[in-house]
Design a protein around this ligand. Structure first.
Ligand code: PNS
Length: 181
């Protein structure tokens, strides 16, 4: 296990199974992992920072070396203020790489002692993002399996009555009878 504190910064609006998968992996390799929610995001969020923090607290309650915090301003400054030496970020697909590379190099320029570590979430979550979860949920689609149940419930509360969380219904197609010759 890596000595020291690592931070996993992000928007987490809402937390997905991909985030949780990464937190679980990070918790195994770092002594302490701080999941840090950005407070001053310019986007108009679906969930308040307090709601996101509460969901993440519930989701990580069984991980004793994980704690949830929020931050404002530069991530490197926040990392320094809590004595973190590593930043954990997830890369799902090649499309994430360019943005993540830019961010990691900018952060290195700002604070050369802070290392960024990339981890891959389970491949079954490689297409899952908070943005797509919001989009599907807002349009009334099912997000089962993409987000933890706690989050599914919060989405249901937020979007009800428009939001339906049923499994997609499979329409039974009657078998075609063989034609008589
Ligand atoms: O989940 P996201 O939205 O991809 O997370 C992006 C986040 C919050 C990690 C990034 O925007 C960030 O660190 N913002 C804080 C401001 C900052 O330090 N910007 C310079 C980063 S190069």
């Amino acid at each position: 296990m890596n000595k020291g504190i690592a931070i996993y910064p992000g928007s987490f609006d809402p937390p997905t199974n991909g985030h949780l998968d990464l937190i679980q992996r990070g918790a195994k390799i770092f002594e302490e992992l701080v999941v840090a929610i950005l407070r001053n995001s310019e986007k108009s969020p679906m969930f308040s920072v307090a709601e996101r923090a509460e969901m993440l607290r519930q989701l990580t309650a069984d991980l004793s070396n994980v704690r949830i915090d929020t931050f404002d301003g530069l991530m490197v400054e926040y990392a320094k203020s809590i004595g973190a030496t590593c930043v954990l970020r997830g890369i799902r697909a090649i499309s994430d790489y360019e943005y993540e590379l830019q961010m990691a190099l900018m952060n290195r320029k700002l604070e050369p002692t802070l290392e960024t570590v990339f981890m891959m979430p389970a491949d079954k979550y490689s297409y899952v993002s908070s943005r797509l979860v919001r989009e599907v949920a807002q349009a009334g689609g099912p997000v089962k399996g993409l987000v933890p149940e706690v989050v599914e419930q919060k989405l249901r509360e937020k979007l009800d009555p428009a939001y339906k969380l049923q499994e997609p219904t499979l329409i039974e197609v009657p078998k075609r009878r063989k034609r008589k010759a």
